[in-house]
Design a protein around this ligand. Structure first.
Ligand SMILES: *[C@@H]1O[C@H](CO)[C@@H](O)[C@H](O)[C@H]1NC(C)=O
Ligand SMILES: *[C@@H]1O[C@H](CO)[C@@H](O)[C@H](O)[C@H]1NC(C)=O
Ligand SMILES: *[C@@H]1O[C@H](CO)[C@@H](O)[C@H](O)[C@H]1NC(C)=O
Ligand SMILES: *[C@@H]1O[C@H](CO)[C@@H](O)[C@H](O)[C@H]1NC(C)=O
Ligand SMILES: *[C@@H]1O[C@H](CO)[C@@H](O)[C@H](O)[C@H]1NC(C)=O
Ligand SMILES: *[C@@H]1O[C@H](CO)[C@@H](O)[C@H](O)[C@H]1NC(C)=O
Ligand SMILES: *[C@@H]1O[C@H](CO)[C@@H](O)[C@H](O)[C@H]1NC(C)=O
Ligand SMILES: *[C@@H]1O[C@H](CO)[C@@H](O)[C@H](O)[C@H]1NC(C)=O
Ligand SMILES: *[C@@H]1O[C@H](CO)[C@@H](O)[C@H](O)[C@H]1NC(C)=O
Ligand SMILES: *[C@@H]1O[C@H](CO)[C@@H](O)[C@H](O)[C@H]1NC(C)=O
Ligand SMILES: *[C@@H]1O[C@H](CO)[C@@H](O)[C@H](O)[C@H]1NC(C)=O
Ligand SMILES: *[C@@H]1O[C@H](CO)[C@@H](O)[C@H](O)[C@H]1NC(C)=O
Length: 787
C-alpha cells in the first residue's frame, strides 16, 4: 500500500515542522462569517489533532494526510471535525457543494450566500481524507499575469477559494521588492542602481526569476507600488496563516544590480544569460555566486527582514536561479557547489529552511539539464531540505526521467495554460489518472498535488478537478464529477435544464479531453490574437498551439444545448455563473469561426493559384473577418462580465498609482497621472508586445472587449488592406506590412484610456448578454447553425 510506504519513507522530514501552524478554528469561523453570515452559528468546527502531536519544531514526524468528518449536530447545525484548519475548510466545501450546491468561483465570486435558511441534514456521517499531505497553488508568473493589480478584496476571495479547496501550501510573492530593496540599500547599493534593476509592476515575475532587469516605457517602478504591495502582503500572509496554510515565501536568489563590482570589487559574480532576445540592458542579469560569503550575508539580511515583517510563519522558501537562464557552466562540481552554498545560506538564515524549486527548467532547458547535471545540481541539498514542483506534470512530467528527482520530495502540478490565454481546453484524463499512477509508483517521492497555471483563466473545472483529485485515492469518475459540478455551478438541485448537463458532458469528451500533447500541451490560442500573416498561423503545435483539438461542430452543438437552457429557464439570465459560461462558450465558438474565414481569404487572395484566386471572394471574406471580430467585441462588452473587458485590467493598473494609505490607492492628484500612465503602459505591454519592441509579442494575449476592437481589429484591417491592395507577400514575408503593424502596435502601447479627472471606469451593464447573443445568432447563422 502506498500509504504505508509513505509513512516509513525517508522524506518524512517534510513535516509539520515547517510552519507555526495555526491550530485554531478562528480562521474557518471567520470564513463562514464572511461568506455565510446568516449561518455563522450553524456550523460547529472541531480540530481533532491535539497541538502536542503537531509541534512545529519536531522534524521527525511526517506531515500526515488531512482528514475530516461531516455529521449532523443538535439544533440543525452541521458538525465538521478536521485534523487541521484546512481539513475543516475542505470538509465545509464538501458539505456546501454536495448538499447545498454552492461554491466560490474565480471571476464570479462567492455564491455561498445562496444557501437556504435551513441547512440540509447529511444522510450519514461522511469521512474525507486527502491522499497527499500538501496541496499547492500558484506559479511565480501568476503574480504578474493575474494578480499584479489585485486589491485586498480580490485576495480575500482567492484565499477563501484556496482554503475551501484544501490548498495548504500557497506561494506568496507579493511585496517582495520592499524587502529586497531594504536588503540591497543596506548592502550599499544606491537608489539609482535599484532603478535600473527592478522591473515594472506587470513584469516583476521575470525580474524575480533573473530573466530581465530594469523597466521600459516610463519612469520605472515607484515606491508607491512597492509600499502598497508590502502592506497588502502583510494582510495576505496573515490571512493564509489564519486559515491554516503554510505560505511559501521568497528568499534572496543571487540576482543583484549590475553595479555590484563598484561596492564589492572582490565579489564573485557572473553575467547571466540573455532571455528571449531582450537587449542587454534589460537582461543578462548579474548573479552573485552562492559560494561568495556576501551571498549568505544578503540571505540572512533578507530572511531576517522578511520574518520581522510577517512573523516566523514558514520555513519554506521559493528560490529559482536558472528558471529560464542557464548556468554559465555545466560542470558538475560547479552545479553542486551552487546548490550546496545556496541551501547553506538559507540554513544560516533559518535553520529549518526548506528550498522549494520550480522544476520548469528541467523541461524548458532539457538539452542543458541532462540527467547527470540534474543529479549533481540537486545533489548539493539533503533530500529533506528541498521540494521540487514538477511544474507541468500533465504534459511534460520530469519525475520519471529523474527517478523522482533522485529522492527529493516533489509535487505533481497542473500548469494548463501559458500567459493566462483564453481557450476552452483540458486534459481530463491526464489530471485524474496520472497523479494516482505517480503516487502508486513504488519509488515515487511525491508529497503533493497542485496548480501552477501561468494565469488564472477560464476552464475552472479543470483546476477544480485536480484539487479534488487530491482527496480521492481512485481516479475521479469524470462523468459524475462534471454532472455534480454543473449542479453546484448553477446552484440547482433537480431542477436545472438538462441542456446544461449535456453541454458540459459533450465538452468533457471533446474540448476537455485532449490526449495528444504532441499537438497541444496547454490552452490553445485563437489565430486572431496573433499578428496577421499569410502563413504560419493555423495548425501550430506545442507551446501555444492554434490547432483546435476537437471537431468545432461538437462545440457548436454543446453551445446550442447550453444556450437553449436559458430559453427554457429564463432565470438563468440572472445567474452570474451561467452568464459567465455562456459568454465564454459563445466566445470560443466565434473565435473558432474566424479560422475558416481566414482560410477562405488567404486562398482567394493568393493570385498564384488560379483554382481559388478570386478578388471579390477575398474582399468579402476580409470584411467578414473584421465584422466577426467586431461582433465578438460587442458581445463581450454587452456580457457585463468585467473579466472579459480590457477596461478592468487597465483601471486596476492605474488604480495602483498613489501612496499606500489605501490598497490600492485612488489616484487623486495630477502628480499621480504620470505613474498611472506608466502602470497603464505596463498593463498594455504585457498583453501585447511583451517587451519594448515585441520580444515575446502576443504571448499573453486575451480575448477581451476593448482589446479586440482597439488592437486585434486594426491589425487585421491593415493586413486585409495590404493583402488586397498593397504590396504582395514575398517568401511568406511582407516587409511594408510588418513595418506598418509594428508602428501601430507601438503606438497602442502609449495610448491612455481616455478619462477626465474624477471620472470612473464605467463597467458594462449586466443584462445585455441575452440580446447580444440573440444578435450574433441572427447575424451568423452559418456559425451558430441557427437556433
Ligand atoms: C518528535 O516526534 C517523534 C515521533 O512522534 C517522537 O518520537 C520524538 O520524541 C519527538 N521529539 C521531540 C523533541 O519532541
Ligand atoms: C441523501 O439521501 C437522499 C434521499 O435518499 C438522496 O436523494 C440523496 O442523493 C442523498 N445525498 C447524498 C449526498 O448522498
Ligand atoms: C491563529 O489565528 C487566530 C485567529 O486569527 C489568531 O488570533 C491567532 O493569533 C493565530 N495563531 C497563530 C499561531 O498564528
Ligand atoms: C548576454 O548573454 C548572452 C548569452 O546568453 C551572451 O551571448 C551575450 O554576450 C551577453 N551580453 C552581455 C552584454 O553580457
Ligand atoms: C523569529 O525567529 C527568530 C529566530 O528564532 C527570532 O530571533 C525572532 O525574534 C523571531 N521573529 C518574530 C517576529 O517572532
Ligand atoms: C565552491 O567553489 C568555490 C570557488 O571555486 C570554492 O572556494 C568552494 O570551496 C566550493 N565550495 C564547495 C562546497 O564545494
Ligand atoms: C495523457 O493521457 C493520454 C491518454 O490517457 C496518454 O496517452 C498520455 O500519455 C498522457 N500524457 C502524459 C504526459 O502522461
Ligand atoms: C478521451 O480520449 C481518450 C483517447 O481517445 C479516450 O480513451 C477516453 O475515453 C476519452 N475520455 C473522455 C472522458 O472522453
Ligand atoms: C490545418 O489542418 C487542417 C486539418 O488537418 C487542414 O485541413 C488544413 O489544410 C491545415 N492548414 C494548414 C494551413 O496547414
Ligand atoms: C493561370 O491563369 C493564367 C491566365 O489565364 C494563365 O496564364 C496561367 O498559366 C494559369 N496558371 C496556372 C498555374 O494554371
Ligand atoms: C482599410 O481599408 C478600408 C477601406 O479602404 C479603410 O476604411 C480602412 O480605414 C483601412 N484600414 C486600415 C487600418 O488601413
Ligand atoms: C509573416 O511570417 C513570415 C515568416 O515567418 C515573416 O518573415 C514575416 O515577417 C511575417 N510578417 C509579415 C507581415 O509578413
Amino acid at each position: 500500500m502506498r500509504f504505508l510506504s509513505f509513512a516509513t519513507c525517508a522524506l518524512a522530514a517534510f513535516s509539520t515542522s515547517l510552519a507555526a501552524q495555526n491550530l485554531s478554528t478562528a480562521g474557518i469561523e471567520a470564513l463562514v462569517q464572511r461568506r455565510l453570515p446568516s449561518h455563522a452559528n450553524d456550523f460547529v468546527f472541531t480540530l481533532t489533532n491535539s497541538p502536542s502531536s503537531y509541534t512545529p519544531t519536531n522534524t521527525s514526524t511526517p506531515k500526515p494526510n488531512d482528514e475530516y468528518t461531516v455529521s449532523n449536530a443538535p439544533n440543525n447545525a452541521i458538525h465538521i471535525t478536521g485534523s487541521t484548519p484546512i481539513a475543516l475548510a475542505t470538509g465545509l466545501r464538501w458539505y456546501l457543494t454536495t448538499y447545498v450546491h454552492v461554491d466560490i468561483y474565480w471571476f464570479i465570486g462567492s455564491r455561498l450566500h445562496l444557501a437556504p435558511q435551513t441547512l440540509p441534514r447529511v444522510n450519514s456521517t461522511y469521512h474525507g481524507s486527502s491522499i497527499v499531505p500538501w496541496r499547492y497553488h500558484f506559479n511565480t508568473v501568476t503574480f504578474s499575469y493575474t494578480t499584479a493589480f489585485w486589491t485586498w478584496q480580490d485576495w480575500e476571495v482567492e484565499l477563501d477559494w484556496l482554503a475551501l479547496r484544501g490548498v495548504n501550501l500557497p506561494l506568496a510573492w507579493v511585496g517582495y521588492e520592499k524587502i529586497l530593496i531594504e536588503t540591497l540599500l543596506e548592502a550599499g547599493f544606491s537608489q539609482n542602481d535599484l532603478a535600473s534593476f527592478l522591473s515594472g509592476p506587470a513584469f516583476q515575475a521575470w525580474n524575480r526569476f533573473g530573466n530581465i532587469q530594469g523597466s521600459w516605457g516610463g519612469e520605472g517602478l515607484g515606491m508607491e507600488w512597492v509600499e502598497g504591495q508590502f502592506a497588502l502582503q502583510k494582510k495576505i500572509v496573515a490571512r493564509m496563516v489564519e486559515l491554516g496554510m503554510t505560505p511559501v515565501l521568497p528568499a534572496f536568489t543571487g540576482f543583484v544590480p549590475a553595479q555590484i563590482g563598484e561596492y564589492y570589487p572582490n565579489a564573485s559574480f557572473v553575467n547571466g544569460s540573455q532571455w528571449n532576445g531582450f537587449a542587454a540592458e534589460y537582461t543578462n542579469v548579474t548573479f552573485l555566486e552562492p559560494f561568495d560569503p556576501l551571498f549568505t550575508t544578503l540571505q540572512k539580511s533578507f530572511v531576517g527582514k522578511q520574518s520581522a515583517a510577517y512573523g516566523n510563519v514558514t520555513s519554506i522558501y521559493t528560490l529559482d536561479q536558472y528558471n529560464e537562464n542557464n548556468p554559465y557552466s555545466g560542470d558538475l562540481a560547479y552545479l553542486k557547489n551552487v546548490t550546496t552554498n545556496t541551501i547553506a545560506s538559507l540554513k544560516a538564515a533559518d535553520p529549518k529552511a526548506v528550498w522549494m524549486l520550480q522544476g520548469w527548467l528541467f523541461f524548458s532547458s532539457a538539452s542543458f539539464w541532462t540527467n547527470d547535471r540534474v543529479e549533481a545540481y540537486l545533489g548539493g541539498v539533503e533530500n529533506s531540505d528541498m521540494i521540487i514542483l514538477d511544474l507541468f506534470s500533465e504534459s511534460q512530467p520530469q519525475w520519471q526521467r529523474t527517478d523522482s528527482y533522485y529522492g527529493k520530495p516533489w509535487i505533481w502540478c497542473e500548469l494548463h495554460d501559458y500567459g493566462g490565454n483564453m481557450g476552452l481546453y483540458g486534459q481530463v484524463e491526464n489530471v485524474t489518472v496520472n497523479p494516482i499512477q505517480a503516487l502508486a509508483n513504488t519509488s515515487s517521492t511525491m508529497i503533493g498535488m497542485g496548480l501552477t497555471m501561468e494565469g488564472q483563466e477560464g476552464n475552472e473545472i479543470m483546476y477544480d478537478i485536480l484539487l479534488d483529485q487530491a482527496w480521492s485515492a481512485q481516479p475521479l469518475n469524470t462523468a459524475s464529477y462534471f454532472r455534480n459540478w454543473v449542479t453546484q455551478r448553477y446552484h440547482g438541485s433537480a431542477s436545472l435544464p438538462i441542456g446544461l448537463y449535456t453541454a458540459w458532458d459533450a465538452m468533457r469528451q471533446t474540448v476537455y479531453n485532449n490526449t495528444q500533447i504532441s499537438i497541444a500541451q496547454g490552452v490553445t490560442k485563437s489565430i486572431f490574437e496573433l499578428a496577421p500573416n499569410t502563413t504560419g498561423l493555423l495548425n501550430r503545435t506545442g507551446h501555444h498551439a492554434t490547432t483546435i483539438q476537437y471537431n468545432p461542430a461538437t462545440l457548436v452543438a454543446a453551445w446550442r444545448d447550453f444556450y437553449s437552457a436559458a430559453l427554457q429557464d429564463p432565470t438563468l439570465w440572472d445567474n452570474p455563473a451561467y452568464t459567465f459560461d455562456l459568454t465564454d462558450i459563445t466566445r470560443q465558438v466565434m473565435a473558432n469561426a474566424f479560422n475558416p474565414l481566414y482560410s477562405t481569404f488567404i486562398a482567394a487572395a493568393n493570385s498564384s493559384n488560379n483554382a481559388t484566386h478570386s478578388p471579390p471572394t477575398a474582399a468579402a471574406a476580409g470584411t467578414k473577418m473584421i465584422t466577426l471580430l467586431s461582433d465578438l467585441d460587442t458581445l463581450l462588452h454587452a456580457s457585463g462580465q468585467p473579466s472579459f473587458n480590457l477596461a478592468t485590467w487597465i483601471a486596476s493598473a492605474r488604480a495602483w498609482a498613489s501612496p499606500s494609505s489605501q490598497i490600492p490607492p485612488k489616484p487623486n492628484t495630477s502628480s499621480i497621472a504620470s505613474i498611472a500612465k506608466y502602470n497603464e503602459y505596463n498593463a498594455r505591454n504585457q498583453l501585447t508586445l511583451w517587451g519594448p519592441t515585441g520580444e515575446i509579442s502576443d504571448y499573453a494575449s486575451k480575448q477581451w472587449s476593448g482589446l479586440i476592437s482597439s488592437y486585434y481589429i486594426p491589425r487585421w484591417e491593415l493586413f486585409v488592406n495590404y493583402t488586397l491592395n498593397g504590396s504582395p507577400a514575398k517568401n511568406g514575408g511582407n516587409a511594408p506590412l510588418a513595418k506598418a503593424l509594428l508602428a501601430f502596435e507601438e503606438g497602442w502601447q502609449v495610448q491612455v484610456w481616455g478619462l477626465a479627472e474624477g471620472e470612473s471606469y464605467a463597467q458594462p451593464q449586466a443584462g445585455g448578454l441575452a440580446s447580444a447573443v440573440a444578435r450574433v445568432v441572427r447575424c451568423w447563422p452559418g456559425v451558430f447553425g441557427g437556433v
